[in-house]
Design a protein around this ligand. Structure first.
Ligand code: NAI
Ligand code: 15L
Length: 268
């Protein structure tokens, strides 16, 4: 059954804003949470993930959580620790205490960002490839996936961890042709993750059905996800602008792209 009330953390962010417009079509009533206020949304909860009382009130009575809040790029370890590691722990504790049955966790390709991108004819990267974070940011997503596994094994709280590629209106560079997830496919995948039965802790890659896909969407499809989009329509323009991927440039040859150079070791 479709969960009715959904807590959307990170609702003020880029992906949160996209999902605020797309998810209601799937029948969700959204409760919004972000440390930043959201214009035109007086009922949104404006609080930090460090505020455990606010979090506990926010999750009370919801059918599920789509957890997007957190730092979304590389940052000093202390900041990642607070927002992404402690913040995600605080959310899971609040959800456990309030009996929320399922969380969809915005993990990231950067949990496996140091994995070499497959060449032509190589097999796609499987979902059980060893974790290879490319940043403290990616490390926090790796932590989030393990936290989700712990809360499933110990407390029966279900999670779908979605290793999102690049979810923007359009891919912005040639790497993104391989990892792009259209916003419409993002909504399809989150909906599948929220409604599939008996997921336990499932880990999936989050992207469209791109011609240049780098990873295996099998576990996402097993949830009922049927991607409809392909980045190939943007390939001509992006390759004319940036050239083909350079096999000598680490930022072009790893799943995580330029994050492998953060702090930069290559001019990109
Ligand atoms: P964003 O940076 O635009 O949004 C993140 C939101 O989280 C912001 O509105 C921010 O105010 C909020 N936030 C940060 N720390 C917080 C805290 N301590 N307490 C409460 N709110 C806090 O990022 P975006 O692109 O919307 O991404 C959303 C989520 O999806 C993030 O967790 C990101 O790591 C993940 N993700 C996004 C990808 C993408 O392509 N957009 C790719 C892979 C993962
Ligand atoms: C991410 O995890 C980031 O949150 C997003 O801003 C993009 O950089 C994306 O990955 C990506 O890999 O393109």
């Amino acid at each position: 059954p479709t969960p009715r009330t959904l807590l959307l953390t990170g609702a003020a962010g880029g992906l949160g804003t996209l999902m605020r417009s797309l998810l209601p079509e799937y029948g969700y009533e959204l409760r919004l949470f972000d440390v930043r206020p959201i214009e035109g949304e007086p009922d949104a909860i404006t609080a930090d993930l460090g505020d455990t009382a606010a979090l506990r009130a926010a999750v009370r009575g919801v059918d599920a959580v789509l957890h997007l809040a957190g730092i979304s790029l590389e940052a000093p370890f202390e900041k990642i620790l607070r927002s992404n590691i402690e913040g995600t722990y605080n959310l899971y504790e609040a959800a456990r205490q309030e009996g929320v049955p399922r969380i969809v966790f915005a993990s990231s390709n950067h949990a496996v960002g140091f994995t070499p991108a497959p060449g032509a004819g190589d097999p796609l990267i499987p979902i059980d490839t060893p974790r290879r974070p490319d940043t403290f940011y990616g490390l926090s997503k790796s932590f989030g996936e393990d936290l989700a596994q712990l809360y499933w094994d110990k407390h029966g709280l279900e999670t779908v961890s979605v290793r999102i590629g690049s979810c923007f209106a359009e891919p912005a560079d040639v790497r993104m042709l391989s990892v792009w997830m259209s916003p419409a496919d993002g909504a399809r995948l989150f909906h599948a993750a929220l409604t599939a039965e008996e997921v336990g802790h499932a880990v999936v890659y989050g992207s469209s059905a791109n011609t240049r896909l780098w990873w295996d969407l099998g576990t996402a499809r097993a949830l009922g996800y049927e991607p409809q989009d392909d980045s190939e329509q943007f390939a001509g323009k992006l390759i004319a602008e940036h050239g083909e991927l350079d096999p000598e440039n680490p930022a072009h040859t790893h799943l995580g792209g330029r994050f492998v150079n953060d702090p930069p070791i290559w001019p990109y």
